[in-house]
Design a protein around this ligand. Structure first.
Ligand SMILES: Nc1ncnc2c1ncn2[C@@H]1O[C@H](COP(=O)(O)OP(=O)(O)O)[C@@H](O)[C@H]1O
Ligand SMILES: O=c1ccn([C@@H]2O[C@H](COP(=O)(O)OP(=O)(O)O)[C@@H](O)[C@H]2O)c(=O)[nH]1
Length: 434
């Protein structure tokens, strides 16, 4: 039922003209409710297609999605499927579909997303590897009708995000005729348009948001494509491998901001229950101490408050879990710290039983960390690193909490209470798992 549902577009004057699902600037017409035509062959669907990875590269044009795609094409050899370009080519080829499209464009109609979807699927038929889809989908409905047809292909979405003020200033600069109000309306329309789509991708657990203005978008995207199991060339380790990797253990994610008391409370749980405490941060710091090349890279990331690539941390966690007897309760402290971490852990290891989240204000966390820094010897317990860690926590780690709430039980605890009060509250819940 969900396919091709007609949805009124935003007022034409406000609609972002870039990346339209038609080659011509979209006039005021509905996203037409055409039934999705079947792909010629099960393009990316069906069996044996796991080596195809589909990456939706999303964002406003002023966030430079196309340029990111081109860089990734050059550096990683991905195939770029630019929605407008595919439509243009089809029109030029002059076949039956091309003529239909040309007609729609002439009449000022918006091309039904199902048609764009079909062109993308057809283009994917020819090859394998990583396909970057630029400029599609534009709505949750388009995504839905499309993903139904690409079952079997691994999917991932990269959203090049710009904060409101930056988006506004770039849109204003890209079209000075808009004026302040016009540019603001464009920003609002774009955000409305993206809202449902991003929520749908997030629910699927495949959304990765990258700060388009931060200067490290390419690095981050490459990291995602390289480190994410979704983009890995190896089709193996996902659902089928997930159960054995857990080894019969039950995992609890122990999360919260830096200095919120994760380590302290894990210690309390270890005293009370038979459980294995794995601090991701400690495992990484241990790796640093080995002096390996990897350790050196990790040391820099820790000082900068950055998140170490998922695979590195998960391999360490998995190795530490390997010898635990089946049924062991494992406290995974300080991981996952990003949606990518979560997704990769689920694929490589499995799902946790529950999550404990310690909520605490930044002021209190800062004070605790500065106090801890007097004796911890940690390279990141200083004001500069602490602020970077807070930024990473707010932008990358907090979305994990929302994602976990959709998937597992989350116990949110006020971490400003005393150590013993918190410990009692947590123990009460953990007891229920045993
Ligand atoms: N409930 C609490 N009240 C006051 N101080 C606390 C509490 N919990 C932990 N601390 C102190 O705060 C600092 C950070 O706690 P820690 O458990 O190391 O946090 P995290 O592992 O989340 O970084 C430590 O010095 C710890 O002793
Ligand atoms: O899964 C993890 C856990 C930790 N870290 C890094 O290790 C640092 C310290 O993490 P830890 O959990 O020890 O301390 P917290 O910041 O929670 O006090 C983080 O800032 C990250 O740089 C990481 O990259 N991935």
């Amino acid at each position: 039922m969900g396919c091709g549902v007609s949805k009124p577009p935003p007022a034409a004057a406000d609609a972002p003209p870039q990346h339209a699902e038609a080659p011509a600037p979209p006039p005021p017409a509905a996203e037409a409710p055409a039934p999705p035509p079947p792909p010629k062959e099960p393009a990316a669907g069906g069996g044996g297609q796991a080596e195809r990875t589909l990456v939706y590269v999303l964002g406003h044009d002023v966030a430079n999605t196309s340029s990111l795609c081109l860089t990734l094409k050059e550096e990683l050899g991905c195939t770029v499927l630019q929605a407008n370009e595919l439509l243009r080519r089809e029109v030029k080829a002059g076949g039956e579909l091309g003529m239909q499209l040309a007609d729609m464009i002439k009449q000022g109609k918006i091309i039904p997303p199902a048609k764009t979807a079909q062109l993308i699927l057809n283009a994917m038929e020819a090859g394998e590897g990583v396909f970057l889809v630029d400029g599609f989908p534009k709505s949750a409905e388009s995504l839905h009708s499309f993903t139904e047809q690409v079952q079997g292909a691994r999917q991932l979405a990269i959203y090049l995000e710009l904060k409101d003020a930056e988006l506004l200033s770039r849109i204003s600069a890209s079209d000075s005729s808009l004026g302040e109000d016009g540019a603001q309306r464009r920003v609002n329309a774009f955000k409305r348009q993206m809202e449902g789509l991003l929520a749908a991708l997030s629910r699927q657990g495949i959304l990765h948001t990258i700060d388009a203005a931060g200067g490290s978008a390419v690095t981050r995207a490459k990291e995602l494509l390289g480190a994410s199991p979704a983009a890995s060339a190896e089709p193996a380790a996902d659902a089928a491998a997930a159960e054995p990797a857990l080894n019969g253990c039950k995992c609890i994610f122990v999360l919260g901001g830096p200095g919120s008391g994760k380590g302290t409370q894990c210690q309390k749980l270890v005293e009370k229950f038979q459980c294995l405490h794995l601090s991701a941060g400690d495992l990484l710091r241990h790796e640093v101490q080995t002096g390996s090349e990897q350790g050196k890279a990790i040391a820099t990331m820790i000082k900068e408050g950055k998140i170490v690539p998922a695979k590195t941390t998960i391999d360490l966690l998995q190795a530490a879990m390997a010898s635990a007897p089946p049924g062991t309760l494992v406290l995974i402290d300080g991981f996952p710290r990003s949606l990518d971490n979560l997704e990769a852990f689920e694929a490589q290891v499995g799902m946790c039983e529950m999550t404990v989240f310690f909520a605490l204000s930044a002021d209190v966390m800062e004070a605790r960390l500065l106090e801890r820094g007097k004796t911890s010897g940690r390279t990141d317990d200083n004001l500069e690193s602490i602020h970077k860690r807070f930024e990473t926590f707010n932008t990358q780690s907090l979305p994990v909490l929302a994602a976990l709430k959709e998937k597992t039980r989350v116990l949110e605890v006020d971490a400003s209470a005393s150590v013993d009060e918190i410990a009692a509250r947590v123990a009460e819940e953990v007891q229920k798992l045993l």
